[in-house]
Design a protein around this ligand. Structure first.
Ligand code: PEP
Ligand code: MG
Length: 929
C-alpha cells in the first residue's frame, strides 16, 4: 500500500492517530492544516479542503523535486471529495470549483510562503462563471489575481511588473483606486499579465486547471528552501528539516458584492493583551487586500453594524476557539453573501506586554494554570519591559513629525535606511538604523532584524511589518499615511519637509509617533501589575535563588525592587575609582612608608564604610556578599605610555616658561608624574590578568584588605544599631591554593573580631571564596574547609579554563570561531557546559563533600543568561547573581528550569544530572578520592 500523503480536513483524527499525538499531527499537517482539520472537527464553518503532508514535501525535495509515488493520485482523489462536498467541479465552466493553495509548516512563518487564490480559472471557466454570477467584474478581478499570484509565486515573475500594468490601467481609466476599475479593465489586465508571463518564462500561462494545481503544489514544496524561508528559520530558530504542508481548500469569496466581506481578527488585543476581539475588515474584497494595506480597512466593530449576524457568529466562534486552544487566536474570515466562513486560526503573535497579560488573565479565567502561564513567557519578553522608552518631557516638548499605528512598543532612534540590505550593512558597521519602507515583505526580514526599529507608510496592525516587529521585539510604527517615500531619490517627504536617507529619526512604537532627530530615552517602569504577578508565580516555582551584582546603594535598591534576594557580588574596587577617591587610592599605592600608607587607608576607611552602610540598608535582612579588592594596582594609576608621553611634553615645555613660579609648578608636576611612572614600571606585568591581583594583593598588602574588612564590620555594626538586619559575607577573590585562603582569612577574621569587640556587638557573618581558576575547582574540598561559601566567577573561570583573554578574545579569533562553527556558543555569554560547567559541578560536589551546608552561587555575567541559569539549576547551586536589570529575567529563567527539570534536589550530589546520560564525575575518574 502506498503511503498516505494527503488528508482531508475531516480526516484530522486519523492524522492524529497515525502521528501519535496532536503535536505529531501538527508536524504532519503543518499548524495551519492541523487547525483547519481541528476547526472542521469542532463544527466551525470551514470551506472544505485537504492537506498534503509535510512528509510529502520532504519526500518531494529528497527525490530531487519529484512527487513520491501515489501523492498526485491522492490529491486528485481528495479533490473529487471536495467537489462532492461543494457540488462544484474543478475546471467545469458550468459549476466551477475554485481552490486556494497555501503553505503551512509546523511553526507559523508569517508571509514566508505566499498563497495562490482562485486556482482553477481559465478563459473558459471565467466565461462560465460570468454566466453563473452575472458579475463579470468580480470574475475578471479574480482571474487577474490568479494570473498575478501564479506568475509571481509559482513562475517567479517580479510582482512589480504586474503592479505597473495595474497602475497604467488606472491612469488610462482615469481612476485612483483599483475598486473603480471595470470588468473590461480587469479582462485587459489579465490578457497583459498572460503576455508578461509568456515573455518572462517563454511558456504560456497554464490554462489547464489540474496543471495549475500541480505546479502550485510544487511551488509550495520548493518554497521551503527559498532564501527568505531559510533566513526566517535561521532568525526564529526553526529547524530546517521539518518541511511544509500544502493546504488546498475550496474558495469562498468576500468580493462578490456588498453582502460580502473579508477580514482578519485577533481574539485579544495583540499589543496590550486586553480581552476583546480586534481586527480589520473590508467589504467586497479579497483577503489579501486586508493584509496588504492597500485599501484603508475598517475596524472590526463596524462589522457588527453592517452584518450583525455574521459578526455575532464570528465573535462566538472566536471565543470558542480560544477556549479550545487555550490561547489567543489570530483568525481569517470571509463573509460570502451573508454566510460566514472561517479560513484560518492560529495562536496569535503578540507583544511581550500582551503575552504577559494574556498569560495572567488566562490563569484568572481558569483556562490555564500558573505553571503554564509562567512557561509561556520567554525570558527575552521580560527583557522587553526593560526596553527604553522616550523621556516623557522630551516627547511632549518635541513636535511630532507624523503618526501611525503603534504596532510594536518601545522607543528606537537611528539613521534612516530605505532598504533591507542598507539597513543590514549599516547595522554591521555598528550604526543604529531605522528601516523605513512603504511596506515590508518577507524579503525584508534580514533588514528588520538588523534595525533598531521599523517605520512604514502603509500597512495595518496585521501587516507583515507589524507581525515580524512584534515577534522580534522591534519597536515599529506602521501605516504612517503622511509619509511619502521616494525610493529612487532615497528620501521621504512629510508635508514640505524632505528627509534624506542617513538622517536620524526617533520612533515610538508604544504610541505610534515619529520624530526628527534623536530623542532621549529612559528605561520604563517595570512595575507592570501583570508582570509582577507572573514573576511572583515564577518565584513560587523556582528553587534557584536570584541575587544581584551591585556596587552602589541605588543599584542595590533597584535590584531589590526587581526581586533580588540579596547581593551576590559587590566589587569594592569600583568605589575606589570614583574621582574624589582616586587621589587617595593613588597616595596609598605610591606610599614609600607604612605611615603614609596608613594615612591613605585611614582616609579611605570612612568612605568605604559609608558605601557599605548604604548597601546594608538597601538589603535589610538579606545577604550581602562583598568582594575584597581584585584588580592589579597599576589599574588605579595612569597608563604607563600616557605618563611617559606627558613627561616628555612637560619637559619640552620647560624651556618656554618665563617665571620661576611657572617653572616650580611645572617641576612639581614632573616630579609627581615621574614618581607615578617609576611605580607603574615597578608594578607593570606582562600578564596582569594572571598577576598580582585578587587574594595575592591582600597577601602582599594586608593593610589594604584589613581596612576593607574593618569598613565592612564597622558599617555592619552601625546599621545594626539602627535596627537593620545585616548578613555580610566577605568574599576573597582569585584563590588557587588553600594556603592563600588560610593566610588571608586568618588575618581578616582577626580584624573582624577586633572590630566587633570594639563595637561590643556581633553580626552574623561568613567568609568565603570565589572560584575563578580551574585549580580552585579541583581542590574545592580543601577550600571548603576554610570557606563557608563559594561563588563561581565564571568570567575569570572561563578565561582561565580556556586560556583565552576575556578582554581580547571577542575582538579577534573568538568571533571567527563563532562564525565558522569552531565554537557553537560564546563561552563568555553562555557557560561552556563541557569544560567550565564541569569545573563548577566538580567544585560544588567536592566542596559539599566536606561542608554539606556550603552556600554556592555564580556571579559572572552568565548569572543573567537563561541557558546558563538552567545549568546552575541542574548543578544544584543555591543562587545566581546578575546585574539588577537581569534579575527579573533570571527569576523567570530559574522557574523555567524548575518546570523543565523538576525542582532541585538540594545540593548537587555529583549524580551527573546536568550531563544527562553522561557518566557522573566519579565514573570519569576526574574527581580525586
Ligand atoms: C568573574 O570573574 O566572573 C567575576 C565575577 O569577577 P570580575 O568580573 O570582577 O573579574
Ligand atoms: Mg573575576
Amino acid at each position: 500500500m502506498t503511503k498516505k500523503w494527503v488528508y482531508l480536513f475531516s480526516e484530522v483524527g486519523e492524522a492524529e492517530r497515525l502521528a501519535g499525538s496532536w503535536d505529531g499531527a501538527r508536524a504532519l499537517l503543518g499548524g495551519k492544516g492541523a487547525n483547519l482539520g481541528d476547526m472542521t472537527r469542532l463544527g466551525v464553518p470551514v470551506p472544505p479542503g485537504f492537506t498534503v503532508s509535510t512528509e510529502g514535501c520532504n519526500a518531494y525535495l529528497a527525490a530531487g523535486n519529484e512527487f513520491p509515488e501515489g501523492l498526485w493520485q491522492q490529491e486528485l482523489d481528495a479533490l473529487r471529495q471536495v467537489e462532492e462536498r461543494t457540488g462544484q467541479t474543478f475546471g467545469d465552466p458550468a459549476k466551477p470549483l475554485l481552490i486556494s493553495v497555501r503553505s503551512g509548516a509546523k511553526f507559523s512563518m508569517p508571509g514566508m510562503m505566499d498563497t495562490i487564490l482562485n486556482v482553477g480559472l481559465n478563459d473558459e471557466v471565467a466565461s462560465g462563471l460570468v454566466a453563473l454570477t452575472a458579475d463579470p467584474r468580480f470574475v475578471y478581478d479574480s482571474y487577474r489575481r490568479l494570473v498575478q499570484m501564479f506568475g509571481s509565486v509559482v513562475l517567479g515573475v517580479p510582482d512589480e511588473v504586474f503592479e505597473a500594468v495595474i497602475t497604467g490601467r488606472r491612469k488610462l481609466a482615469g481612476v485612483s483606486v483599483d475598486s473603480e476599475l471595470k470588468a473590461s479593465d480587469w479582462q485587459e489586465v489579465t490578457r497583459k499579465f498572460k503576455e508578461i508571463i509568456r515573455t518572462y518564462t517563454g511558456e504560456p500561462f497554464p490554462e489547464e486547471p489540474l496543471e495549475q494545481l500541480r505546479l502550485a503544489t510544487e511551488a509550495v514544496f520548493s518554497s521551503w528552501n527559498g532564501k527568505r524561508a531559510v533566513d526566517y528559520r535561521n532568525a526564529a530558530g526553526i529547524r530546517h528539516d521539518l518541511g511544509t504542508a500544502v493546504n488546498i481548500q475550496a474558495m469562498v469569496f468576500g468580493n462578490m458584492g456588498d453582502d460580502c466581506a473579508t477580514g482578519v481578527a485577533m481574539s485579544r488585543n495583540a499589543t496590550t493583551g486586553e480581552k476583546h476581539l480586534e481586527g480589520d475588515f473590508l467589504v467586497n474584497a479579497q483577503g489579501e487586500d486586508v493584509v496588504a494595506g492597500i485599501r484603508a480597512t475598517q475596524p472590526l466593530e463596524e462589522l457588527a453594524e453592517i452584518m450583525p449576524a455574521a459578526y455575532e457568529e464570528f465573535d462566538a466562534i472566536a471565543q470558542r476557539l480560544e477556549r479550545h486552544y487555550r490561547n489567543m487566536q489570530d483568525m481569517e474570515f470571509t463573509v460570502e453573501h451573508g454566510k460566514l466562513w472561517v479560513l484560518q486560526t492560529r495562536d496569535g503573535k503578540r507583544t511581550a506586554q500582551a503575552e504577559v497579560r494574556i498569560a495572567v488573565d488566562m490563569v484568572e479565567e481558569g483556562l490555564i494554570d500558573k505553571q503554564e502561564a509562567v512557561g509561556r513567557v520567554k525570558p527575552e519578553q521580560v527583557d522587553y519591559f526593560l526596553h527604553p522608552q522616550f523621556e516623557v518631557k522630551a516627547r511632549k516638548d518635541t513636535p511630532k513629525l507624523a503618526a501611525g499605528l503603534n504596532v510594536s512598543p518601545g522607543a528606537a532612534v537611528g539613521v534612516i535606511a530605505f532598504d533591507a540590505d542598507t539597513a543590514e550593512s549599516w547595522a554591521k558597521e555598528g550604526r543604529d538604523v531605522i528601516m523605513v519602507r512603504p511596506e515590508t515583505k518577507p524579503d525584508d526580514v534580514h533588514g528588520m532584524l538588523a534595525a533598531r526599529g521599523i517605520l512604514t507608510s502603509s500597512g495595518g496592525r496585521t501587516s507583515h511589518a507589524a507581525l515580524v516587529a512584534r515577534q522580534f521585539g522591534k519597536p515599529a510604527v506602521v501605516g504612517v499615511a503622511a509619509l511619502a517615500i521616494d525610493l529612487d531619490r532615497r528620501e521621504m517627504n512629510i508635508g514640505d519637509l524632505t528627509i534624506k536617507e542617513g538622517e536620524v529619526i526617533s520612533i515610538d512604537g508604544t504610541l505610534g509617533d515619529v520624530y526628527l532627530g534623536a530623542l532621549p530615552t529612559v528605561i520604563p517602569d517595570i512595575d507592570n501589575p501583570f508582570l509582577t504577578k507572573l514573576l511572583s508565580w515564577a518565584d513560587e516555582i523556582r528553587t534557584l535563588g536570584v541575587r544581584a551584582n551591585a556596587d552602589y546603594p541605588a543599584d542595590a535598591e533597584r535590584a531589590r525592587a526587581y526581586g533580588a534576594e540579596g547581593l551576590g557580588l559587590v566589587r569594592t574596587e569600583h568605589m575606589f575609582f570614583q574621582s574624589e577617591r582616586l587621589a587617595i587610592v593613588q597616595k596609598m599605592i605610591m606610599a614609600k612608608t607604612p605611615t603614609v600608607r596608613a594615612e591613605a587607608l585611614a582616609a579611605l576607611l570612612p568612605l568605604q564604610r559609608e558605601d557599605f552602610e548604604g548597601l546594608f540598608r538597601a538589603m535589610n535582612g538579606l545577604p550581602v556578599i562583598i568582594r575584597l579588592i581584585d584588580p592589579p594596582l597599576h589599574e588605579f594609576l595612569p597608563p604607563h605610555d600616557d605618563l611617559a608621553g606627558d613627561l616628555a611634553a612637560l619637559k619640552m615645555q620647560l624651556q618656554h616658561f618665563h617665571t620661576l613660579e611657572e617653572m616650580d609648578a611645572a617641576l612639581g608636576v614632573i616630579r609627581q608624574k615621574q614618581d607615578h611612572l617609576t611605580r607603574v614600571t615597578e608594578l607593570r606585568e606582562a600578564n596582569p590578568m594572571l598577576g598580582t591581583r585578587g587574594v595575592r594583593l591582600g597577601i602582599i598588602i594586608p593593610e589594604l584588605t584589613k581596612m576593607q574588612v574593618r569598613a565592612i564590620f564597622e558599617a555592619a555594626c552601625a546599621v545594626k544599631r539602627e535596627g537593620v538586619e545585616v548578613h555580610p559575607e566577605v568574599m576573597i577573590p582569585l584563590v588557587s591554593h588553600v594556603n592563600e585562603l588560610r593566610s588571608q582569612k586568618r588575618a581578616l577574621e582577626e580584624e573582624a573580631e577586633l572590630v566587633m569587640a570594639e563595637q561590643r556587638m556581633r553580626v552574623d557573618y561568613q567568609f568565603g571564596t570565589m572560584i575563578e581558576v580551574p585549580r580552585a575547582a579541583l581542590v574545592a574540598d580543601e577550600l571548603a574547609a576554610e570557606a563557608a561559601f563559594f561563588s563561581y566567577g565564571t568570567n575569570d573561570l572561563t578565561q582561565t579554563a580556556f586560556g583565552i583573554s576575556r578582554d581580547d578574545a571577542e575582538k579577534s579569533f573568538l568571533m571567527y570561531y563563532l562564525e565558522h562553527g569552531i565554537l557553537e556558543e560564546n563561552p563568555f555569554a553562555t557557560i561552556d557546559k563541557a569544560g567550565v560547567g564541569r569545573l563548577i559541578e566538580i567544585g560544588t560536589q567536592l566542596g559539599r563533600s566536606v561542608r554539606s551546608d556550603l552556600e554556592v552561587g555564580i556571579c559572572g555575567e552568565h548569572g543573567g543568561d537563561p541557558a546558563s541559569i538552567h545549568l546552575c539549576h541542574l548543578y544544584g547551586l543555591d543562587y545566581v547573581s546578575c546585574s539588577p536589570f537581569r534579575v527579573p529575567i533570571a527569576r523567570l529563567a530559574a522557574a523555567h528550569a524548575a518546570l523543565k527539570y523538576g525542582p532541585q534536589l538540594g545540593a548537587a550530589k555529583g549524580d551527573g544530572a546536568a550531563h544527562g546520560a553522561e557518566p557522573a564525575a566519579d565514573d570519569k575518574g576526574v574527581v580525586k578520592a
